[in-house]
Design a protein around this ligand. Structure first.
Ligand code: BV8
Length: 244
């Protein structure tokens, strides 16, 4: 059965417990490359070469260059109206938990609070000895060379603070509990390819939540949603939020 295309304003979020999950699509209009669209990140790099622990062990210089390029790009991009709309949503619900697959800081800069970065963050690096993460965005932290930690007596080479394929996403128990408890689950800008994030809509459906998708095109898991809005998030989300 095709997903229901609904008119704007079918769902009233007032007084509801809401979880929002975002993916790379919400940052696309800010100029941050997505993964699987044309000219996406994975077009120039195979996932196995730059986003797995094995690739880091095999060729740290290639992986470091891939992430340093993306870390430096954070200084050149700005949040777009979709990020601001998600922040605006917070004041319209009983509670809102924002979970993002994105590793950029555009939700923070767009005014959102209580953000769970389930796939890590570009702004911080992680000590490979202690596992401690630290925001490292100074000029010397963004140069070509590797960065050393500040937490060990013998400084250790830091790794990107990113959840790679084959690694366990962050705060999964918190995320699963919030999705089990929510009344409305909204996904914005995700292709539904990556698990366990892509499976959260099924968890929301099983707990009776109303599930909403806002995406540029119908993604691989598009039929799992009660309500689907197709378009660019920066263009359609502000009006949707106004009516919610
Ligand atoms: C794990 C960091 C075990 C890297 C990322 C089944 C169950 C569990 C695991 C698996 C499973 N099947 C396979 C797996 C393994 C694997 C996986 O999912 N592989 C895929 C490729 C098949 N998963 C893992 O390895 C995960 N770990 O499973 O551990 C475990 C799990 C739970 C409990 C215990 C043990 C770890 C996955 C994390 C990998 N790291 N990111 C980095 O960023 O460099 S994932 C990476 O893909 C990004 O984080 C990205 O956000 C994410 C998902 O992609 P999307 O965000 O959806 O982006 P994409 O480009 O694909 O799509 C963009 C969408 O936006 C498109 O639909 C487009 O149409 C739309 N769009 C574009 N422009 C706009 C727009 N929409 C609106 N407006 C626009 N303007």
């Amino acid at each position: 059965m095709p997903p229901r295309q609904t008119s704007v304003g079918d769902t009233i979020l007032r007084g509801k417990k809401v979880v929002v999950l975002t993916g790379a699509g919400i940052s696309a209009e800010s100029g941050v490359r997505t993964f699987r669209d044309n000219d996406g990140l994975w077009e120039n790099h195979r996932i196995e070469d730059v986003a797995t622990p094995e690739s880091w062990a095999r060729n740290p210089s290639l992986v470091w260059k891939f992430y340093q390029t993306r870390r430096r790009q954070l200084l050149e991009v700005e949040p777009n109206p979709a990020h601001m709309a998600v922040a605006h949503l917070e004041g319209k619900c009983k509670s809102l938990v924002l979970v993002t697959q994105n590793v950029d800081d555009l939700h923070e800069r767009g005014g959102s609070s209580a953000i769970i970065h389930m796939h890590g963050s570009l702004r911080s690096l992680r000590c490979q000895n202690t596992g401690l993460s630290e925001v490292r965005m100074g000029e010397h932290d963004l140069a070509e060379g590797f960065v050393l930690c500040n937490c060990c007596t013998v400084a250790t080479m830091m790794r990107p603070d990113i959840v790679w394929f084959g690694e366990i996403p962050l705060e999964m128990s918190v995320i699963q509990k919030e999705v089990e408890d929510c009344e409305v689950f909204i996904v914005i800008g995700s292709s539904g390819h990556v698990y366990p994030a892509a499976g959260l809509v099924n968890l929301a459906n099983s707990n009776g939540a109303h599930t909403i998708l806002v995406n540029f095109e119908l993604p691989i898991n598009g039929r799992d949603f009660d309500e689907v809005h197709i378009g660019k998030a920066g263009e359609i989300l502000p009006e949707l939020v106004e009516n919610w």
